[in-house]
Design a binder for this molecule. Sequence first.
Ligand SMILES: [Zn+2]
Length: 364
Amino acid sequence: MNAIMTLPTEAQMYKAIVQRDARMEGVFFVAVKTTGIFCRPGCKAKTPKRENVEFFATSAEAQAAGYRACRRCHPLELSGATPVWLNDLFQRIKDDPNRRWTNGDLELLGLSPTRVRRWFQEQYQMTFHAYLRTQRIGLAVDRLRSGEDVTSTAFGSGFESLSGFRDSLRKWVGETPTSAKQTEPIFTTRILTPLGPMLAAGGDSGLCLLEFADRKMLAKQFQRISRLFQQPILVGSHEILNQTARQIQQYFQGERTSFTLTLRMDGTSFQTAVWQHLLAIPYGQTASYRQLAERLKNPTAARAVGRANGDNRFAIVVPCHRVVRSDGHLCGYAGGLWRKKWLLNWERQHTNSTGQIPLPLGPP
Ligand SMILES: [Zn+2]
């Protein structure tokens, strides 16, 4: 296996800041010697001259070298975190999820309705009003399932009429109030990580999806799981999502090397077998497609193993990032090659620093 670099090359990093490449978020930070300020790669401030920049893998290192955080791109906030200017609005939505918001209400909070709309569109691939609506529907479905009657659910969830409630349920959940009681909606939320936000989805029977939420992919990911599980997807929280967020956080703090989450694997028997073998690759180690195929007693299936690996819906938890080519080269990763590099490097560093030696898995 080739050595893995902590950082991309200086040329790659400089190119990323010139292009304001958001995919490099979390991979490195750029500091400007002449101003004493450090930024995220995607900062909208004027691009510094090449001879004036210095690169760091973490914000902590940039600070240790005496740099201050840029006030434009806020490099100390987790990538993809809710921006400070939206905190107040989110708190109000949480306190009163049924409130209807007009542009005037937003302006009273000192917010630009256009900016709010754009943020929700970018982060959730839906309008602000659609976001509020799916949240409200999610709460209503919860109430129905816990035994509350239709009328009090409808009016208690901010609907002005029973027919309006029925229409919304049919549109968003594809159900009547009676069948909505039995439905098992999939809730979705974002989980923040140093490598950017992840999108998690799951419900009563387990986690259905955990992927890096690259913006252009979000809408497709939603459609994919909704089709696969034949269930509506609602923005909201669920115990499985809280568990997932906790365990992912522990992973990124270097405190967790494996996961104890109920996964809804729902795949073909071949895919499921491949995913089970992925779970058996120890933290900090790698295996090749060929090795996996051999472990599956199907040595000619390396290519099919590669495809099943790509179909894995549980980034990090089912560690498809630990699969490399037989010559040791890293190869494609749905979450982006730089994330794969970062994860392998992180696990390797962590294995060394804790002195933990994972057990090798069978003969090579
Ligand atoms: Zn900046």
